[in-house]
Design a protein. Sequence first.
Length: 268
Amino acid sequence: LEANISPMARNDEEWSGILIVLHNMTAVRRLERMRSEFVANVSHELKTPVAAVKGFAETLLAGAMDDKETAKSFLQIIYDESERLNRLIGDILELSKIESRRIPLQFSPIEMEHFVEQTVHVVSAEADKRGIRLESSVPPNLFLEADEDRLRQIMINLLSNGINYTPEGGRVRIDVEPVEQEEGPESYERVRITISDTGIGIPKKDLPRIFERFYRVDKARSRSSGGTGLGLSIVKHLVELHKGTISVESDAGLGSRFTIELPVIHDS
Ligand code: ADP
């Protein structure tokens, strides 16, 4: 708590009272703490791939280059880690742009059946490669006002997670449906988009933290599937920029279900 105390004078001789202004500093401090934690996390996340690149390059220079097979596998690691670094930097920049509201959204009407078909197509090669079935169900003539690129980014992120965290032979599905309208002047029509998988699921204790930056249930698994730990926080921010909500239900071992609800009409 921060206090400012100043005398209140009626005229030059007489005091009429004292004005005490109390500022609640907890919110400010919390923001500062969150920011410095984020910087610490970012540095840590960036250091890991940089250390790998440096270490393997050093070993190559120290003589490992002479053996062709070793050299090739080390170069592959250097390449993969550079790619990872690239993705991390891209996600960090994206998140910082979104958080500081530096991305103006371009709203336009989107026909969902066609949109979902296009979006599923983007991830279908990856799903095929991993032996995962993609399914979708969207009613015809359902329109939604959204920023098309951002909505696609949201869906691709969730679909890719579904594919990444589902073992071979499983399935990922996407369902779109209008939400039953509630009575009352405040309510507007909403659309519900559900992305579910039959994958490894998320333990109950981790569910509340899943949208936090860099939070991962299993770091090793996320790393090996190329994850940055930022995907879901980007998704949550983008959904909120659309004045929507996102929630998750999951059972470890049985799969996960992410539910997004977005207003049909965007009124700024
Ligand atoms: P990552 O890049 O690690 O996938 P995300 O922010 O997208 O980061 O997700 C955070 C964490 O949430 C993941 O590391 C993973 O542990 C968990 N997760 C996200 N989606 C799923 C899913 N569909 N099934 C199981 N776990 C998931």
